[in-house]
Write a protein that binds this ligand. Structure first.
Ligand code: ADP
Length: 191
């Protein structure tokens, strides 16, 4: 199954992704993690990406798309994958559809972790992570609202979206995630 998890910064995507990859036994493709690895290795792409990441801005598509497309072609992704952090813009979603279509694949389902903005800010202040500068964090939330939220409509129109409440314990939220996966599974089998 090819799944996408979408949610604003601080929505708890990391925790749910960890559990989801165990459940589905597919690779976890996190563009944030891939980029941080590039930055650590100080590759050309990493040095370029860091300038944007440090400002809470999206990294340019040529870097992201190249990285994701190479990863999607790896043999371990043949049976499915969990995409986290990509696509983040309508253009990236369309590019992903093209990439998959060329390999006779498609996105099977999209799960939105919905969390209100004031709760995101509260969580960010509570965890006090070093990369959580309040101003940069606010920029990342705005970038989500402006650039990423339109994707929900895009996938909603294709009947592929499950929006779930991101408030509650990690266990409660994972139960909702599982229910969404079961629905996608039934749709897939019914095709
Ligand atoms: P978060 O979801 O908390 O914003 P991520 O770990 O997913 O964090 O991403 C960290 C940073 O990496 C983003 O703020 C952005 O600069 C960059 N990034 C990650 N994925 C993408 C993407 N699909 N397109 C553009 N930039 C991205």
């Amino acid at each position: 199954m090819r799944l996408i998890l979408i949610g604003p910064p601080g929505a708890g995507k990391g925790t749910q992704c960890q559990r989801l990859v165990e459940l589905l036994r597919v690779p976890h493709l996190s563009t944030g993690e891939m980029l941080r690895a590039e930055v650590r290795s100080a590759t050309t792409a990493g040095r370029e990406a860091a300038r944007f990441m440090d400002q809470g801005q999206l990294v340019p598509d040529p870097i992201i798309v190249g990285m994701v497309s190479r990863r999607l072609q790896a043999p371990d992704c043949r049976g499915g994958c969990l995409l986290d952090g990509f696509p983040r813009t309508l253009h990236q979603a369309e590019t992903l559809d093209d990439l998959l279509e060329r390999r006779a694949m498609s996105v099977d389902g999209v799960i939105e972790l919905a969390v209100p903005r004031d709760e995101l800010v509260r969580r960010m202040l509570a965890r006090g992570r070093e990369d959580d500068d309040p101003e940069i964090f606010a920029k990342r939330i705005s970038s989500f609202e402006v650039q990423t939220a339109p994707l929900l409509d895009y996938y909603g129109r294709q009947g592929k979206l499950a929006s779930i409440d991101g408030l509650g314990t990690a266990d409660e939220i994972f139960e909702r995630v599982r229910a969404a996966v079961r629905r996608f599974d039934r749709t897939l089998r019914g095709r």
